[in-house]
Design a protein around this ligand. Structure first.
Ligand code: ADP
Length: 365
């Protein structure tokens, strides 16, 4: 078996700084790493209180007294969140992660503490959190900007639109063919700008003040089918809808999400095929995964990310009506529900939109 010397060598070469203390919290042994990490010699530390190295916070956590020792259950890892600060001989401090274990050897009640400098990890996390918060704040600012811009721009646009109409009514008969064409272009462009502003306004309003409530997805789909009855009839669209769950969600937004995907599935149908839409949901760990599949014109996988960006379209307005905001809406709604949205598709082979909704949303009614 191992000799005492072998154990001593293992102790000395351990990667962590190891400190053994007695039940009064005095240091009784240290390894080489302690000297490297803290800058003290062994002589300077033996017999000293452990607080010399770990000043304030350590006192309450360290199982020094007889009463709070409870064998193996006293083993703990502390400081992983940056709440323990250690001090070196030169006064420099660092974030320490400490593995504490009781060592009940014969009559001695000792404690071993394996100390690691985790400053780099903690500071990196802090920096990442700060960046994340800045990005969140910037996003909020942008949303507010989009809201104000789209709201305020509507007013002058309405003025232009109504004066074009007045002009047409009063002078329509007297203008020549070219002027008539120009007026038509102005009307079409202002109408389109108004549609874009309206959708931008809707986008920035999404998820503003609603509450999460229990919703039955089957009911949402059948309401959408009633609303779209005319389009469904005209296009001979058929559905295959598997039993869907009831979930806690933002009801209005969830409806917009399904409605956008269903309208797109009908809109982007193949010319020589009637649309068929399949909707199903499966339960995954911590979320529901939905899929809305169609047999339409499909999407080149190269554009699988671009289509979710606001105002991005793959087709001209003459081929398919639209503003290019529907899927950006869907993405925002899904993210509001703690989920993701993605696409599996190939040109000419139909599209399958997947999205997840987190099960962590709580009923806020
Ligand atoms: P819009 O429908 O107003 O164009 P969307 O944001 O809903 O805007 O969609 C963006 C683009 O993604 C569409 O212009 C279209 O090119 C493509 N797309 C979306 N859904 C489908 C679908 N089910 N099948 C084929 N292409 C689609």
């Amino acid at each position: 078996m191992y000799t005492k010397e072998t154990y001593q060598a293992i102790f000395e070469t351990a990667p962590d700084a190891l400190i053994i203390s007695n039940d009064s919290g005095e240091i009784v042994d240290i390894n080489e790493q302690v000297q490297t990490l803290f800058g003290y010699t062994k002589q300077e530390l033996l017999g000293q209180p452990i607080q010399k190295l770990i000043p304030e916070s350590f006192n309450s956590i360290y199982p020094s007294s007889e009463s709070n020792r409870d064998g193996a259950s006293d083993r703990k890892l502390i400081g992983s969140n940056g709440d323990i600060v250690a001090r070196k001989k030169n006064g420099n401090i660092f974030f320490a992660e400490i593995n504490i274990s009781p060592l009940d050897v014969k009559e001695f009640k000792l404690t071993s503490a394996a100390i690691r400098d985790v400053s780099y990890k903690i500071l990196t996390n802090q920096r990442l959190n700060k960046t994340l918060n800045t990005v969140k704040a910037k996003n909020k600012e942008l949303e507010q900007f989009a809201y104000i811009a789209s709201h305020d721009l509507q007013e002058p646009l309405r003025t232009v639109m109504s004066f074009v109409e007045l002009f047409k009514e009063e002078f329509g008969e007297h203008v020549n063919e070219d002027a008539g064409k120009y007026l038509l272009f102005i009307s079409q462009a202002t109408k389109r700008m108004s549609d874009l502003l309206k959708s931008l306004l809707d986008y920035s309003r999404l998820g503003g003040s609603n509450k999460a409530v229990p919703v039955d997805c089957n009911e949402i789909i059948s309401n959408i089918q009633s609303d779209l009855a005319t389009t469904i009839d005209e296009t001979n669209t058929t559905f295959c809808i598997k039993p869907l769950p009831s979930i806690v969600a933002y009801a209005t937004e969830l409806r917009v999400l399904f409605q956008n995907l269903i309208t797109n599935a009908i809109k982007f149908r193949k010319k020589d095929d009637t649309p068929h839409i399949k909707i199903l949901a499966t339960q995954e760990s911590g979320c529901w995964k939905f899929s809305v599949e169609d047999n339409g014109i499909g999407i080149d996988p190269r554009y699988k990310d671009r289509i979710f960006v606001i105002f991005q379209r793959l087709h001209g307005r003459n081929a398919y009506e639209g503003t290019g905001i529907g899927l950006a809406h869907c993405k925002k709604i899904v993210e509001l529900h703690g989920g993701n949205i993605w696409l599996e598709s190939e040109l000419d082979k139909g599209s399958n939109f997947y999205f997840t909704i987190s099960e962590e949303l709580r009923d806020e009614q």
